[in-house]
Design a protein. Sequence first.
Length: 741
Amino acid sequence: MLLRPLITPALIACFLIFAAASPLLAASEAELAPNGNLETPNADSTWPADWGQVKSGGSWESESGNHFIRLKSPEPGQMVMLYQELKLPPGTEALRLSWKQRVSDLKKGKSSWFDARIMIEFVDDQHQKLKPAPKPAATGKDTDGWEERQVEFLVPPGAYWLQFMPALFQVESGTFDLDDISLQAVDPAPLRAEMDRRNKERLAKQTADAAKRRAKAQKTLEETGSLILNGSFEEKKGDLPLHWGKMSGAVRWENESDNTFLRIESQEPGKLAMLYRTYDIPEGTKALELTWKQRTSNLKTGEMPWFDARIMLEFQGIDGKKISGKPAPPYTNRNSNDWVEKSKTFLVPDDALTLIVMPSLFQVKSGTLDLDDIALRPADPTPLFAAAKLREEEAQMRNVPVEEPNRAKWPKMLKVVGNRVQDTDGNDVWLQGVNAGGLETLPQDKQPIKSAVVAIDEWHANCVRVPIKDEFWYGKSPYQKDGGKEYRETIDRIVNLAANRGAYVVLDLHRYRAPKQEHADFWKDCATVYKNHPAVLFDLLNEPHGISWEVWRNGGFVGTKNGNDESAFLDDAEKKANQGFESIGMQAMVEAVRSTGAKNIVIAGGVFWCNDLTGIAEGYALEDPSGNGIMYSWHTYNWHTDWEKKVLPTAAKHPIFLGEVGADINKMDFIPAADQESPYTWVPDMLGFIQKHHIHWTGWCFHPRATPVMISDWKYTPTPFWGKFAKEALDGKQFELKRTR
């Protein structure tokens, strides 16, 4: 008999039939529990043969010549358990377990199920747990001497072993004696019939109860306009809001200027602070809208990015169990310091009876979340159904088959010749394309893989700029557990897919301000991987800013950054990087790449968020004696001016790579609205300027949530104000330059 070490099993409910004082089965029937009467000793006569030892609190006892196993609690709260695996014959569908037991001096533990019990579980031949498992045969009080017990239960398909686990389950005290243990196969038909009958009864009861609850919810909605009673907290019963009751601890009532509201406050870093409420849903409700006011203050997110202030939402069915289809929680990781109105609309699964609403400070370091005027109402599902259908279509389009490298189709390696870019055959190459955004924000994002393929195959780009982060390359994000392996594989797939299509990839280190040693270290790693890959170019630093041309080129101390500028593009980590630090300069970045032996073209962005290249023509050009040359990167949007002054003097001597360009119909809130020209006039002129001066370019951004947006969805529908024009330019349409800015 195979013996296994002591484990703590999961307690999973399933159908059982209990019968007290039942006779033991006849000895002629097949017995699966060897030495069930516990009379045959093991080799040293200290324990019954074929039975596993008890780690603590077990003994083999004898009374009037009869042997039995005793489990006795040695101290309060300690688990005492016999663990035995019994092999099942192939095809076993139902079992009867019978035994004698005697329970004395039993005092339950801290929880109601901390008692004397026999737990049963099933595993397959690989010891993987199977469901369902029988409900434990529990005894919560002393017995009147020995009593006979038996249970019958169905066996899940694939079961190979039955795990038999009698235990004193963390009791305060007690003795649990066991004898005459028998396990035998039985006919499953009666059990299945009885289970079916009980299931139908239970379902009928649940359905009737659900109908009453739905009707009550409908009445509440008709009377109050919301499924949440007294969501303003102003109706009182005594000093407390009616229907809400007393709150304490991390959740409490507050009052300001006679306005009562709910406050959730973090009282310990990393500890969940939450209010739990359930609301039944009227019949026929397809969608719900939750509205509320909130105020957040002193909020500091926790160790993970999603440890913030949020309202978690889940659904329950008529059986009280959670069901799939829970909405994404509305969340905030910023302080508002004043009341703001919020709303969330979401679909309701067909089998949902109850919505669970859980406003919380989810393991934050600190913070206060104030809530008021909470309402829950049915909503029009039509736009949500349309959005869900679109997401499904987008998901179907997202998959890209893995391709092996096909070097016969790879493009020729590039080199800088004067102010042109040529391949190794001496042909001029004009790089035109898009930014496949996403990997600079989420390391697990796979959409840029599809974006690269669509950009090349459908939009006819010959270049894709891929923004990436060194943090993700090394796997340092909280989202990553593999040291960056999956992230690097994603980048490699994009490079290979582009190369197999004869196109180029610009790897953009999407960092800001000024070059640091850590950036050079990254390029040593990345350039080693893609050393002399003909399809790869290296964009050394996304957008330098707030530095002089001297520091830009040669390095030096970079002081604390003041002012807003265009810092709306920065995340919190980037803003912290605006503290003073020592820069190594862009020349050191070039040398870091070349130290690996990589000759790939490198791209160096100018100052003022990469919008100003004047210094290159005034003596600050970089040196590259051992590589294939340098392109200088320019970024410009529909609020930037002085196109000729900032770029053309440099373009006369060096190739220009317009790494980011675009305009959005929605104005940026960090730039004066009057300075932002309509994309319908700005974009055609900019494309005309690009074409007139043969400027290499990649539009920002091939992502529906990264402004200026080139696409409106993940079906890659071009936006009419920017994506449409860019796609036409990539298809070869010529744009007239009517005027520069």
